[in-house]
Ligand binder design. Structure first.
Ligand SMILES: Cc1cc2nc3c(=O)[nH]c(=O)nc-3n(C[C@H](O)[C@H](O)[C@H](O)COP(=O)(O)OP(=O)(O)OC[C@H]3O[C@@H](n4cnc5c(N)ncnc54)[C@H](O)[C@@H]3O)c2cc1C
Length: 474
């Protein structure tokens, strides 16, 4: 059933406290809302999922280490003690800068939310560089749905291999190809290799899981290019020791149910037969960016990001702040810290304006460094002048991720699951249901209505053919 749009019945009236609408419950949106906890405002946080997602650990959900609840607490629960904040489930489908309203929809119920200040933090989705058909066979990793689908496909491949009748079939089922040698691809490849070589070693009778082939592909000539040549080289060697085959300068030209076609640097085209393909290469900002660009005249780049003013607002609209993966400013990367710091900065600007204070100087990003795990006990850390790898780096990675996981409960259970997986051989979260494996494709076959709701709003943007983050490339 579809209803005609109604004004948000719970929205505070005009003339009362300033109404701050925040789009997105990811890093930018949630940290902005929390920064405003003591402000004399009414916050409405609209999210198309009811949870806040800690994306950096999605690969651990996909490989059975963590449960989805540990990395995706309910936004409502996170903000339950913040009385000036209200959480609304819905996908934003329109923003009217002139009328100062945001329209969201959920299951045919359309609501219009008026705002005095707007923070847009709708993030980014997967980009297949113009080859959206690849998505059917090579899921990306952007949501809990993606991670659970991948979990089903990865564990399911071993199950089917156990039943296979020919060696050729076993080989195809036990070949895992990950596209994109940025941190996500590296972490995913390392974990699948450990799963095959350690966790599942003794679980099957007809197949030997340790013979599984894990291939990490990238069109670029380096692993972890954003970490520099030295760390990237070390990461590549460590991946090799973990059992990952790294193939660089390898451009994906086609993907189908049974494999992947690759063009090498010398122009040769070849094929890898593989049942499981994972896309970890490239992102496309939310379609809301294009909407904002059309109305404000702000430039929108090929990856769909909106060029913001130095104070993260839209030109001519000091009341509209765009943060995180959706914004383009000074070539800042699409990483969590940019979103967190941007969200907090926007909140501070709002509070200063309300207090009649002069605005803060231009947004300045404080790079706290980056890190990626390669395998159990091994990570790389890049702190700018200090770059290192190994066990200490891995411990730092653990501590930092634990610090940013939201909620005490989640931290405790995460530590327990890490002990099971890293000190022992186990994986606590191996359950995969048929719905997880086939649900996405079944829904997509329902048609364009479903597709639009899945991709985060109006699909006006042409697919990007460039990597916007520097985190992933293919
Ligand atoms: C697999 C993976 C691993 C990563 N690893 C790291 C890492 O190790 N370190 C690091 O720094 N960064 C990492 N990143 C990047 C980091 O997660 C992002 O840069 C960060 O999440 C961006 O924050 P954001 O608030 O802009 O967007 P997001 O965190 O993506 O949040 C966007 C929010 O908006 C909501 N939304 C989207 N469209 C709509 C709509 N139309 N209506 C309503 N709500 C909407 C979404 O549901 C979501 O809640 C990783 C990303 C991925 C995908």
């Amino acid at each position: 059933m579809t209803t005609s749009p109604v004004r948000d019945p719970a929205a505070p009236s005009h003339g009362g406290r300033p109404r701050v609408v925040i789009i997105g419950s990811g890093f930018g949106g949630l940290f902005a809302a929390q920064r405003l906890r003591k402000a004399d405002v009414d916050i409405t946080l609209i999210g198309k999922t009811s949870h806040h997602l800690f994306q950096p650990l999605l690969y651990q959900v996909a490989t059975g280490i963590l449960s989805e609840g540990e990395i995706a607490p309910a936004t409502r629960e996170v903000l339950r003690r913040q009385e000036n904040a209200r959480v609304v489930l819905g996908e934003v489908i329109d923003i009217d800068l002139a009328a100062r309203t945001v329209t969201s929809t959920v299951l045919g119920r359309t609501t219009v939310h008026p705002y005095d200040e707007l923070i847009v933090a709708a993030g980014a989705g997967q980009s297949y560089f113009g080859n959206d058909r690849f998505a059917e066979f090579a899921p990306g990793m952007k949501s809990i749905d993606d991670a659970l689908e991948l979990r089903g496909r990865i564990f399911g491949a071993f199950e089917l291999a156990e039943l296979a009748e020919t060696q050729e079939e076993v080989d195809r089922l036990l070949t895992f190809v990950i596209v994109g040698a940025g941190p996500t691809g590296v972490e995913m490849a390392g974990q699948i290799a450990e799963l095959a070589h350690r966790t599942l070693r003794r679980d099957f009778r007809n197949i030997d899981p340790t013979t599984a082939r894990v291939v990490l592909l990238d069109a670029a000539p380096a692993v972890l290019p954003s970490f520099g040549e030295k760390l990237g080289g070390r990461a590549r060697r460590q991946l090799g020791q973990t059992g990952v085959e790294v193939q660089l300068g390898a451009m994906v030209t086609d993907v189908d149910a049974n494999g992947i076609e690759i063009k090498d640097g010398d122009g040769q085209v070849r094929r890898i037969n593989a049942a499981t393909k994972i896309w970890a290469a490239g992102v496309q900002a939310s379609g809301l960016g294009r909407l904002l660009g059309e109305q404000s005249g702000a430039e929108v780049d090929r990856a769909g990001r909106v060029a913001v003013q130095p104070d993260l607002t839209l030109p001519g609209h000091p009341e509209v702040h765009v943060v995180g993966d959706m914004m383009a400013l000074d070539k800042l990367p699409g990483v969590a810290q940019v979103a967190i710091q941007g969200g907090r900065y926007a909140a501070d600007q709002i509070m200063r304006r309300m207090a009649g204070k002069t605005p803060k100087p231009a947004f300045e990003y404080h790079d706290k460094g980056s890190m990626a795990t390669i395998s159990r006990f091994h990570a790389v850390v890049d702190l700018g002048t200090l770059k290192f790898e190994g066990f200490i780096a891995w411990l730092m990675w653990l501590a930092l991720h634990l610090f940013y996981i939201v909620g005490f409960k989640s931290r405790v259970t995460t530590v327990l699951h890490w002990l099971v997986s890293f000190l022992g051989r186990g994986r606590s979260q191996r359950v995969a249901t048929q719905q997880q494996v086939y649900g996405r494709l079944a829904l997509e076959h329902l048609g364009p209505g479903w597709e639009a709701s899945k991709t985060g709003g109006p699909k006006t943007a042409p697919p990007a053919d460039e990597d916007m983050t520097g985190r992933q490339s293919a």
